[in-house]
Design a protein around this ligand. Structure first.
Ligand code: SAM
Length: 197
């Protein structure tokens, strides 16, 4: 999977990594920043997604499509597609450009809007990456977990760097008898939940 990444994807990843690094240094307003996962988290997500059972792959919080590109490697590897949700029109435009220039668009369905208006349509979720505003995590968690297939994974970003604000949803996951869960200290901290059953 990582040994055969097409050069267009590598070029776009590097382009987005450079913008993301600049955003953090030049006081770009928060909502305009890309706020991407680091590359090691991308690899971690791709490995987990590639090993997930049959079912839908979804992502909540596309930004410019950087994490989606990592997940698209797993989608390609397992012959699936991924649906990703983004609420801000400017980010949707950037993500469309990302998927077009990398020729990854055939594996990716980008949905513009609040993910919470669409999640109920996904009844067999094999893998979900949650990386949106922190105030929607609890709603998304409650909408996704019942619809995870047995062995399906929900991975939520920022479990360490935004631990305080996410504590209620972290506590919910770590004591939820429907899933086995732990927080992995990679990147900004990933909450990993696996559906029991
Ligand atoms: C941290 S960024 C995502 C970064 C991206 N996952 C990456 O690593 O490349 C969060 C994104 O989620 C979007 N977002 C926030 N709330 C959302 C919601 N309810 N539904 C869909 N997108 C949402 C924001 O507009 C923002 O672009």
């Amino acid at each position: 999977m990582f040994h055969t990444i097409n050069p267009d994807i590598l070029t776009r990843m590097k382009y987005l990594e450079d913008i993301n690094a600049r955003d953090r240094q030049d006081n770009t307003p928060l909502l305009q920043r890309l706020r991407q996962i680091p590359p090691e988290t991308g690899r971690f997500l791709a490995l987990l997604a590639a090993g997930s059972p049959e079912g839908d792959m979804i992502e909540i919080g596309t930004s410019a499509g950087y994490s989606t590109l990592w997940l698209s490697l797993a989608a390609e590897h397992t012959g699936r597609s991924i649906t990703t949700f983004e609420v801000l029109p400017e980010k949707v435009k950037l993500a469309r450009e990302t998927f077009k220039v990398t020729r990854a668009a055939n594996r990716i369905k980008l949905v513009e809007g609040d993910a919470r208006d669409h999640l109920r349509n996904f009844k067999k979720i094999a893998f979900c990456f949650l990386d949106a505003e922190k105030d929607v995590y609890a709603d998304c968690y409650e909408m996704v977990v019942p619809n995870l297939v047995p062995g399906g994974l929900l991975v939520a970003d920022n479990a360490i760097n935004h631990q305080a604000v996410l504590q209620p949803v972290l506590d919910r996951a770590l004591t939820d008898t429907r899933v086995d869960a732990l927080i992995v200290p990679i990147g900004k901290g990933e909450l990993v939940c696996r559906k029991i059953g």
